[in-house]
Every structure is written in structure tokens, then in C-alpha cells.
Design a protein around this ligand. Sequence first.
Ligand code: IPD
Ligand code: CA
Ligand code: CA
Ligand code: CA
Length: 276
Amino acid sequence: DNEAVIGGKSFTAVAVNCASKAGEWIKSRIGQVAEPDLKISLHDLVTEVDKGSERLIRNLIGTHFPEHSFLGEEGVEPGPEASVKALQKVSAEEYLWIVDPIDGTTNYVHGFPFFTVSIALAHRGKVIVGVVYDPSRDELFVAERGKGAYVHGRRMKVSAETTLDRSLVGSGFPAEHQVALPRNLKQIQTMAPQVRNIRTAGSAALQMAYVAAGRLSGFWEIGLNSWDLAAGSLLVEEAGGTVTDQSGDPYHLGVRNVAASNGHIHADFLKELAKA
Ligand code: IPD
Ligand code: CA
Ligand code: CA
Ligand code: CA
């Protein structure tokens, strides 16, 4: 339809093409990466492959849609203040591509095969296309607003659990160790006895995709950025789930403390998070 296609080029097709090209390339470079550079600390890494993947995606999008804006993690100064400012500058643009060229760089550096490429397109601040690609398992998660979420062409649906004690939930240890990590650790302590178990896969985008696919009933983390969440938020919503910030406000690009779930457990999930 008109929203998704400009001049015969589908936004989704371009997003998918970028994610698979970048994913294949980063997978081919695994194990051959030079020492990572440190961003703000030993917990926050970046490699030549992160930068190369972002360049590849940016160039490809630029050839199809030169008039669109672009926000990629590696084009922004490290640290939460710079990330928030960079988003504010562009969040109202007509078309904005939001890209995490490798989500899960720590895993990538250690050869732990859980990392993704995350690409979203927002129209005046609302995500309309979301693609997350996991090259290790060759799983491509795609959502278009109003048209559902798919993994390799199969429609995704969130899981059916209605209680925390039957739920497998995901979280993550934030790279930002000052404020975010202590709070997330407290939440893990409160949440663990309430749920069936907790997983931390090391890629926020992958865990959002897993909520959409019904493999996790929920996911939360503190201090994430727009590029970690934008694509995954649409996957979850289009699979019938709920994405809010941890005070329960609906997802928007500025959400950093996220709670995503199958919807059924959302109120209980938020209640537990608020206790920490
Ligand atoms: C990180 C991953 C990780 C999460 C961190 C993020 P990056 O992104 O999503 O799972 O725990 O908070 O920064 O830096 O690997 O793109
Ligand atoms: Ca990073
Ligand atoms: Ca990330
Ligand atoms: Ca990244």
C-alpha cells in the first residue's frame, strides 16, 4: 500500500535486504576481529565490524532513500546523554531509519553466537517497519505496522502464559554501570523468585524478537537506547504483545527502561519491576 511503498521500492524490502547483507557480513568476520575498542568502560565495546556494518547499512539505505534521516549507534558519541540528544534531534523527522549494526557486541567479541542486526523505520516518530536478523541461526524477524510480525514468513504470536510463575522472561546487564546496572540487579533479585526462570541472552533486540515469537513471555532492561528497541517494539506489538516503559506508558522512541510482554502478564510484570 501507499504508506509502505515509495517509487515502487518497499521500505520493508530494503530493511530486510540491509539486515541480511550486514548479518551475513558480520557472521563471516566472526573470530577475525582485531581487539575491540572501549567506549565508556571495559563493559562497553565497539569493533571495526560494528562500524563496517553500520556503514554498509547506511550506504544501502542512502542509495534507495537519500531524503530519509538516519540514526545509527556508531554515529553517536558514547554515553547516555549523547544518545538522548541525538535522538531528540531527529525523532520528529518524516522518515527516520534507526539502526543497531550489531546488537550484542560483547557476545560477538567472545564468539557467543547471540547477536543481531536491528533496523527500524519510523514515520514522524512512530515505528512502521521493524527487522531483526540473527545470522547465527539465520532467523529473520520482520514486522510492518498493521500487517503482523513474521519469522521467515510464518506469522508470530506472543505466548499464552497468564501468570508470572509459568513465565520465562529475559533481561540484560546494561553497559551503563553507574545507575542502570544496580537497579537492574535489584529487579533481577525481585523477579527471580516470581517467574519460572530468567534468561539474559546479551542482545536486547533478539530478546524482543523472542517475546514476539512466544519464546519468552517478557523482557525488561534499564538504560537501553532507541536502536536497541525500535525494531523489536514493533515485532512485539504486531505479534499481539505489549511494550511500555517501566511506569506503564506506551512505547515511544525515547523509552530507555523497557518492559515488553505477551500482554497477559504485563500488569504483574510491571508491579514486580516497581518493587525494586
Ligand atoms: C547491548 C545489548 C545488551 C544490553 C546492553 C546493550 P550493544 O547493545 O543490547 O543485550 O544488555 O544494554 O547496550 O552495545 O551490544 O549494541
Ligand atoms: Ca554498543
Ligand atoms: Ca544495542
Ligand atoms: Ca550495537
